[in-house]
Design a protein around this ligand. Structure first.
Ligand SMILES: [Zn+2]
Length: 186
């Protein structure tokens, strides 16, 4: 099932996600739905709180890109960055912040520890683009968005666009859930 993407201004995007202690049918269904939602919105990564669930789960799939087609889609549960080094800048976007892109400085190389869907521990090293996508999603589950990390000048420039997203005054090709809808729900 394709789920709506929670957009900038919703509370769940700012929550610190909870650890996954058991992978039951509910979690398996959530992961399946996250994959479908990511594909449908042409994302390369998605965190559980982007579909309204504050749990430490994110997915990364950059295999649609020709140069990364050998990299299989990955599920990360309860991740921890255990090493990072270097720094480089690249433009990023986010499914939760439609129609905005900006340069973000991130580590060049990382080592991440996480659990797979069997709750077995894994460790991988990632560089450059893959490291960037992982770090972007890792930030999500800690309530951090890439726009928190851009220069002050960019922050000023995107302020009015962000206000529009909060108000639900934007268009995008996928289903969303906005702050306005979140307030109405209460
Ligand atoms: Zn994002």
């Amino acid at each position: 099932m394709i789920l709506p993407i929670y957009t900038f201004g919703t509370k769940v995007l700012r929550e610190k996600s909870k650890k996954v202690v058991k992978v039951d049918d509910k979690i398996m269904l959530l992961i399946k739905n996250m994959f479908e939602t990511m594909k449908a919105s042409q994302g390369i990564g998605i965190a559980a709180n982007q579909v309204g669930v504050a749990k430490k789960i994110f997915l990364v799939d950059i295999s649609e890109m020709e140069e990364y087609k050998h990299i299989t889609p990955m599920v990360f549960l309860n991740p921890e960055i255990i090493f990072e080094t270097g720094s480089w800048e690249m433009e990023e976007g986010c499914l939760s912040i439609p129609n905005i892109r900006a340069n973000v400085l991130r580590s060049e190389k990382i080592k991440i520890k996480f659990q797979d869907i069997n709750l077995e521990y894994n460790e991988i090293e990632a560089n450059e683009f893959l490291a960037r996508v992982i770090l972007h999603e890792f930030d999500h589950i800690n309530g951090v968005l890439y726009i928190d990390k851009v220069s002050n000048e960019i922050k000023r420039n995107i302020k009015s666009e962000l206000k529009k997203i909060e108000k639900g005054d934007f268009k995008c090709s996928y289903k969303t859930f906005t702050k306005k809808e979140e307030v109405k729900k209460k």
